[in-house]
Design a protein around this ligand. Structure first.
Ligand SMILES: *[C@@H]1O[C@H](CO)[C@@H](O)[C@H](O)[C@H]1NC(C)=O
Ligand SMILES: *[C@@H]1O[C@H](CO)[C@@H](O)[C@H](O)[C@H]1NC(C)=O
Ligand SMILES: *[C@@H]1O[C@H](CO)[C@@H](O)[C@H](O)[C@H]1NC(C)=O
Ligand SMILES: *[C@@H]1O[C@H](CO)[C@@H](O)[C@H](O)[C@H]1NC(C)=O
Length: 296
């Protein structure tokens, strides 16, 4: 789900109607196209007699339908809100209300597949609902409990380390999304309150060299960096990190910088598409709305 937690992806109450209308328009357009083609061939081969004006009218209708259909595809709903499995888009636009349930099902299947493997495995699971207020469904409530239940069912509890973090990006404030909620900057806070999204390049980024080290057992909020004086292993850790970084840098081929506003502007031609561009509309998760396992 590369870019789905942005505002246009909120389920718009008109979306279902919009999608249904689009499907109908496409169907009507295909029918008119076939009819116009058949009539033209029939007329040219003198098998049937129809006035050219009727064929012209049909062609105009096709143009009009195409225009109405195409213009709905300029909405960022289609371009930005996609659900992917591996490298394939399975929903475009994503249906936010059921995305959470689909992801839980994937997580459960992953556990079931992985327990047959030798050795450890890692599941990284981002609950969509942790970051921003999303609509939920009755099925989704209690799904974190369900993931824990699977760990228990498969007898993995005593060998599983669960690390829960409350967010997964540097997005700190969305005052417009929840009525009455206003985030204010607490004194001494270091989050990206002014820019909302933490930036990756430019003047607003602080580079730490050597990197800051924290002991997460003692200081989970990362408020006090370790120093040479407070941590006997400080020098060893810093040099280990530096060596690993150098090793890693040697292994990568330099490419042109891909971050920053210069290169990152919107280009529709580069957006993900699950159909034939620009008709990007698919729903391969259909029928999976009610996929939750019962948690008894
Ligand atoms: C997990 O550990 C607890 C406490 O040591 C023990 O009672 C329980 O039987 C263990 N469960 C499994 C599945 O090994
Ligand atoms: C840095 O953040 C400020 C807001 O605090 C913003 O006005 C400015 O444009 C940002 N600078 C850059 C280079 O992004
Ligand atoms: C981190 O803190 C814990 C708890 O105080 C301590 O047991 C551990 O040794 C510390 N780790 C390091 C690398 O200093
Ligand atoms: C840390 O302390 C050691 C000796 O106590 C010193 O050799 C080293 O340069 C110090 N490192 C830093 C980063 O200050």
């Amino acid at each position: 789900m590369p870019f789905t937690l942005v505002e246009p992806c909120w389920p718009d109450p008109s979306r279902d109607t919009e999608l249904a209308v689009n499907h109908k328009v496409w169907l009507i357009e295909q029918l008119v196209l076939v009819a116009a083609f058949t009539l033209t061939v029939g007329k040219l081969s003198r098998l049937i007699w129809v006035p050219w004006s009727l064929i012209l009218f049909m062609v105009l209708l096709i143009c009009l339908l195409s225009y109405s259909w195409l213009s709905s595809y300029t909405s960022s709903l289609y371009w930005d809100c996609v659900l992917m499995r591996e490298h394939k888009i399975t929903e475009q636009p994503m249906k936010a209300a059921r995305a959470g349930s689909i992801m839980v099902k994937e997580a459960i299947l992953f556990f079931e597949r992985s327990r047959h493997h030798e050795g450890p495995f890692l599941l990284f699971y981002s609950f969509l609902h942790v970051q921003v207020p999303l609509p939920t469904t009755k099925d989704f409530i209690g799904t974190s409990k369900q993931i824990f239940a699977v760990i228990d069912d498969l007898g993995l509890r005593n060998h599983t380390f669960v690390y829960f973090a409350s967010d997964h990006t540097g997005y700190v404030a969305m005052p417009s999304m929840v009525d009455g909620v206003r985030y204010t900057k607490p004194p001494g806070a270091q989050a990206c309150y002014e820019t909302q999204l933490c930036q990756c390049v430019g003047k607003n980024v602080t580079y730490h060299d050597p990197p800051l080290l924290f002991n997460l057992s003692r200081d989970p909020s990362e408020s006090t960096p370790l120093t040479n004086d407070t941590e006997p292993l400080y020098d060893l850790m810093i040099s280990t990190v530096a060596d690993a970084l150098m090793e890693h840098k040697k292994s990568i081929t330099p490419v042109e910088l891909q971050l920053g506003t210069e290169l990152n502007h919107e280009r529709v031609s580069l957006k993900s598409c699950c159909g034939v561009f620009p008709f990007c509309l698919c729903d391969k998760e259909e029928g999976e709305g009610n996929i939750m396992r019962s948690s008894n």
